[in-house]
Design a protein around this ligand. Structure first.
Ligand code: DP6
Length: 357
């Protein structure tokens, strides 16, 4: 499967069009860390699509007749020219695949459901929501586009904005990257896990403990770069592929012990890569470690299947089945909330993917 199948033609119907999409954030269970141009992952990854942490984006397409990409970007009502460089490079990357875009001027307005500077990465949901608005416009120009092709190309475009955004189009679990288990697995876009997902995981809970809401010392994009010449990079890519193979069968069987072992291994391996890159860095905070220790102690004492994962930051995502949510939520309120900044945490759960608003 090559990129060329995603190239559409440069038609325009000369009509304005407006659309609005809501796309979710996602939390990786198998981590993407390391890539080559253009945004191709060095290992396959798998994630839960979330339901409450979303970006809503509205795009007005106005015929411009200028033959160049023109846009304005508003975030939570205010014009934000500082987002232009990132959006410019996104449009540069995608314009080959949507040549009609140069006939329009775009007014893009975006907002997040989660609080400002919560440390929750918004690039995945933001790039997915924008890509879906673009695909919706494409659908008006090419009405024969099937639902499956629509989603695949939306994921393909989103990936070119931010790798993990490829996994924010569909739900409840998505896979991105070539792998030995899934024939249709591709580095170009993510695909849903499929019908064999154990029902246990369809309503899994994710409570995000906001340990540090500040901006990160090292961005994900810089972190990916540090996987070049990393002494353990190759072993890490092999480990991720092996963990994925094990996790895929666990996601079918519902083996929670296996699930927790792999998810926590992946979180700690991701941070181990950060600690051993050149230059090295640490994104966990003392409270991140305190929470991890308490989760382990709680699990040992109660046998309740509560585990954690981390993204590229200090916040902790606590993952647990829906049926035990009351017990876990009391534990969080009584024993973990004090380690969150201003006592803040967010309840989220696995969701079904992006939708038109
Ligand atoms: C640790 O997708 O944010 O969250 O492709 O440079 O935009 P870019 O990076 P990004 O990296 C995500 C890293 C991660 C793991 C993951 O989501 O798989």
């Amino acid at each position: 499967m090559t990129e060329s199948r995603f190239i559409s033609s440069a038609v325009s119907n000369g009509n304005p069009y407006s659309t609005k999409w809501e796309a979710p954030s996602n939390i990786a269970l198998i981590k993407y860390w390391g890539k080559t141009e253009p945004q191709l992952p060095k290992n396959p990854s798998l994630s839960f699509t979330l339901s409450s942490s979303v970006t809503t984006t509205e795009v007005h397409f106005l015929p411009s007749g200028k033959e160049e990409i023109e846009f304005e970007f508003y975030f939570e009502g205010a014009l934000k020219p500082d987002f232009h460089p990132k959006l410019n490079s996104f449009f540069e990357r995608i314009k080959t695949y949507i040549p009609w875009i140069t006939s329009y001027s775009l007014k893009i307005s975006s907002q997040n459901s989660f609080p400002h500077s919560s440390g929750i990465a918004s690039s995945a949901s933001a790039m997915a929501a924008l890509s879906l608005c673009i695909m919706d416009m494409e659908q008006t120009l090419f009405p024969e586009l099937s639902k499956a092709d629509f989603n695949q190309k939306a994921s393909f475009l989103a990936r070119l904005g931010s790798g993990s955004a490829a996994r924010s189009v569909e739900g409840p679990v998505t896979l991105w990257g070539k792998n030995d288990i899934q024939n249709e697995g591709s580095d170009l876009y993510a695909t849903p896990f499929g019908a064999n997902l154990n029902p246990l995981f369809k309503d899994f809970q994710d409570t995000i403990l906001l340990v540090d809401k500040g901006s990160k010392a090292v961005s994900s994009t810089q972190g990916h770069q540090l996987m070049f010449n990393h002494p353990f990079a190759n072993q890490r890519f092999v480990q991720a592929a092996n963990n994925l193979a094990d996790l895929i069968s666990i996601m079918k069987s519902g083996d929670l012990d296996g699930f927790m072992r792999i998810v926590e291994t992946e979180a700690l391996s991701l941070h181990a890569m950060m600690m051993t890159s050149n230059p090295y860095f640490i994104l966990m905070q003392p409270h991140t470690l305190e929470i991890i220790q308490r989760v382990w102690k709680f699990r040992k004492q109660t046998q309740i299947p509560l585990c954690f994962t981390l993204d590229a930051g200090a916040n902790v995502h606590l993952l647990y089945p829906e049926m035990i949510k009351d017990k876990v939520r009391s534990f969080i309120a009584d024993h973990l909330a004090s380690f969150c900044q201003k006592g803040q945490y967010l309840y989220d759960s696995v969701g079904s993917g992006a939708k038109k608003v």
